[in-house]
Design a protein around this ligand. Structure first.
Ligand SMILES: O=C(O)CCC(=O)C(=O)O
Length: 310
């Protein structure tokens, strides 16, 4: 079965079936997911034909490409970002600033989204050209709002959702790329996907749309409107949410891997419990549209800031 395939190495292009089961993982809240409800994401070698990649994406709702971005480029990005974030919030020349330390840290995170190294990383030519070919678009547009996320071991992780909740304003289909910036073991806080959940995501969205009929246009589009759970998420407990709905699939992600998913595919972040390595899960998530399509303009207006309403 596809879900038990896993690549042997970062450079290997052939993927052997991996007998071992994924480690026990959990989401932000709740119990560990039962072993029988866990599986591996199907890995795809980057030299697989486009037809086969598209077939997998249509069937699975996601496409995990091994080693798409050169590993060294990803590790450079990681190093630059983590070095920057380890600097004291008030640089020595600015000591005595009245800005509270927490605010200084938030400001630094905002600034990390504007650095030339981050902006050139998200515009990596390999990524753009892959999206263009894979989607058969003349040109792709990367939305301006993207997020750099640091999940520290034991910290909070993203709840269960599908992306359309947060990008309801554009009629066009978009493609999400989730890019781990560094290696990330299966229990290291990467994304997990609910197997075969695109249809369920569509049904849930239809129901939300129906129940939002009487709202103002702005509220209807909001991922945080009164019908949504806290933070726009469907839930926080993957063990409970997944009970009847299929397996949660995850991977030992390696720097250079990219997972693409459709707007309705249900996913969440694993709680980072990689205490052995103590590795921070650093990642970014990017949304692409076809140039000229009706995209969600709200995501084009500004770079990410905390509580920006999206
Ligand atoms: O990285 C995360 O924690 C969440 C990312 C995500 O949900 C997405 O890319 O759609």
């Amino acid at each position: 079965m596809a879900a038990v395939l896993q690549p042997p190495t970062s450079s290997g292009l052939s993927f052997e079936p991996l007998a071992q089961a994924p480690p026990l993982i959990r989401s932000n809240e709740g119990e560990y997911i039962k072993q029988k409800s866990l599986g591996w994401l199907r890995p795809t070698a980057k030299d697989t034909t486009l037809d086969e990649m598209r077939r997998r994406f249509d069937t699975d709702g996601y496409l995990l490409i091994k080693g798409l971005i050169p590993r060294e480029d990803v590790l450079d990005m990681r190093e630059q970002n983590l070095q920057r974030s380890r600097r004291p919030p008030h640089p020595p020349r600015n000591r005595g600033s009245s800005l509270p330390e927490e605010q200084a840290k938030v400001n630094r995170l905002i600034e990390a989204h504007l650095t030339p190294e981050y902006l050139s990383f998200v515009a990596h030519p390999v990524l753009g050209s892959f999206v263009r070919k894979f989607m058969d678009w003349k040109n792709e547009v990367l939305v301006k709002r993207s997020m750099l996320r640091h999940n520290v071991p034991g910290g909070l992780s993203t709840g269960i959702h599908y992306d359309r909740i947060f990008l309801r304003a554009g009629e066009a289909e978009f493609l999400t790329a989730w890019v781990p910036i560094g290696d990330c073991s299966a229990k290291g806080g990467g994304l997990m996907y609910m197997e075969g959940s695109s249809q369920l995501g569509k049904e849930i969205e239809r129901d939300f749309t129906e129940r939002a009929k009487d709202m103002s246009p702005e509220e209807r589009l909001s991922g945080f409107n009164r019908n949504m759970a806290e933070g726009g998420q469907l839930a926080q407990d993957a063990a409970a949410f997944g009970r009847d709905e299929g397996k949660w699939l995850t991977a030992d992600y390696e720097a250079g891997d990219v997972v693409f998913h459709n707007p309705y595919m249900i996913h969440a972040a694993v709680k980072n419990e990689d205490f052995e390595t103590g590795r921070i899960r650093l990642s970014t998530d990017l949304r692409f549209y076809e140039e000229g399509s009706k995209l969600d303009e709200r995501w084009m207006q500004k770079f990410w800031t905390p509580n920006d309403g999206l």
